[in-house]
Design a protein around this ligand. Structure first.
Ligand code: TRP
Ligand code: SF4
Length: 404
């Protein structure tokens, strides 16, 4: 079994909602593209999660998955730098979900804010199902499966990472307490050698007595570079710093996705349900049409009326796309009625089309060669399954289900 560096692992998932738009691109996707060069990244399509609210009509899911994966690739998520897969193709997620369900108090799930919120929001659906209540636990399984230390999510999902931490802690508490844990941990310290052992004890003390987080980090780093201890000992010593048992499932941290500055065509947040979006792979003619018909400062009725950019969604978009000089030109021209709204929109249209050009090119290649996309997902699945099987083996053993 391979040793996992959780702090270097990133996992994130997206529900298949169909084609993505520029809001997704400027928020989530650009962030993923950056992270893939800094961490070992797993990105997956959460198709089972789609079932939790869409169980009554599953006809669109497959096409949505396909469109979304091509959008990821178009945006620059690179299968050479990250692992991309579809959740339902790694059925190990279901087993971990089941095992974790045994130790999950119902109250923890009922208390998660999204549970009631979503039920209220989607009133037309019957969401009083077992699957819907358990959906944050499924997400917990997704995360813990890869022992990911960092989980990029939007603010609305932070509570799900929080429950993941609680469940990991509970799991480690229940199943990480092997008989003779302390003796084994002490023996492992001796194996590190005199100098490192002393350093470890010191750092552990500083963390436990003073709550010194830096000491915790340093101790973890120290363990990472030890050559003389087994993987099992290393995990024991990770747990021993904090006083508990062995850390089988490490607690992840949310990595808050920077809020997309991309406004919708009407100035609200860009969203499919508001129908105020520009698709990530929108055709240039359509981009042009959508921006040309965008609402502007409502006070600016005639060309000769001066306007106020602060009251105009076109200006919000300039702030994302335009350089200082263009922004100055908009401010001046708008307030003095020196430019018309169509003049103002022109550089914006050009900038969006220019930004999308390489995305279209990449997407076209993949659409022409669907087998390439299939094999990317196939490879991703195999890689993900290897990692998932490693975790499950440990989980089963800790729970007394390894039958060897
Ligand atoms: N629940 C997330 C959403 O609706 C998607 C998701 C599923 C996810 N599993 C995950 C995100 C694991 C991060 C990590 O957006
Ligand atoms: Fe909006 Fe530009 Fe028209 Fe001013 S000139 S109202 S910023 S579109």
């Amino acid at each position: 079994m391979s040793s996992v560096d959780s702090q270097q692992r990133v996992l994130s998932g997206m529900r298949p909602t169909g084609k993505l738009h520029l809001g997704h691109y400027h928020g989530v996707l650009k962030n993923w593209v950056k992270l893939q060069h800094e961490y070992e990244c797993f990105f997956f399509v959460a198709d089972w999660h789609a079932l939790t609210t869409q169980y009554d009509d599953t006809s669109g899911i497959q096409q949505s998955v396909w469109d979304m994966v091509i959008d990821w690739l178009a945006a620059g998520v690179n299968p050479g730098s990250s692992t991309m897969f579809i959740q339902s193709q790694v059925p190990e997620h279901a087993e971990l979900h089941l095992l974790l369900s045994m130790i999950t108090p119902l109250g923890w799930l009922e208390r998660i804010p999204t549970y009631k919120d979503q039920q209220e929001k989607l009133r037309e659906k019957d969401l009083a199902t077992y699957g819907f209540l358990g959906y944050p636990l499924l997400q917990t399984a997704d995360i813990l499966m890869y022992r990911a230390g960092k989980v990029p999510v939007g603010a609305d999902q932070v509570s799900h990472v929080e429950i993941t931490r609680e469940i990991a802690r509970r799991f480690n508490h229940i199943y990480g307490r092997e008989p003779g844990f302390e003796e084994q941990a002490e023996a492992a310290i001796v194996k590190m050698g005199k100098k490192n052992g002393k350093l470890y004890r010191n750092l552990k003390k500083r963390y436990q007595e003073e709550g010194n987080m830096e000491a915790l980090e340093t101790a973890r780093a120290l363990l990472k570079e030890q050559q003389n201890i087994s993987l099992g000992d290393r995990e024991r010593l990770y747990g021993y710093i904090e006083g508990g048992g062995k850390v089988i499932l490490p607690e992840p941290q949310p990595l808050l996705t920077p809020e997309s500055k991309m406004p919708g065509l009407d100035g609200q947040k860009m969203s499919k349900s508001y129908n105020n979006y520009i698709g990530l792979r929108e055709e240039p003619d359509s981009v042009s049409q959508k921006i040309r018909t965008m609402q502007t400062d409502p006070q600016r009725v005639r060309r000769t009326d001066p306007g106020d950019p602060e009251k105009c969604p076109v200006w919000s978009m300039h702030k994302v796309y335009s350089d200082a000089e263009t922004c100055e030109w908009v401010q001046q021209g708008c307030r003095s009625a020196g430019i018309g709204c169509l003049d103002c929109k022109k550089p914006l249209i050009d900038a969006v089309i220019e930004e999308q050009r390489p995305l279209h090119e990449r997407a076209r290649d993949y659409e022409k060669n669907p087998d390439v996309v299939r094999s990317i997902l196939e490879e991703g699945r195999e890689h993900a399954r290897d990692a998932a099987r490693d975790t499950l083996e440990e989980v089963r053993a800790a729970m007394g289900l390894s039958y060897r």
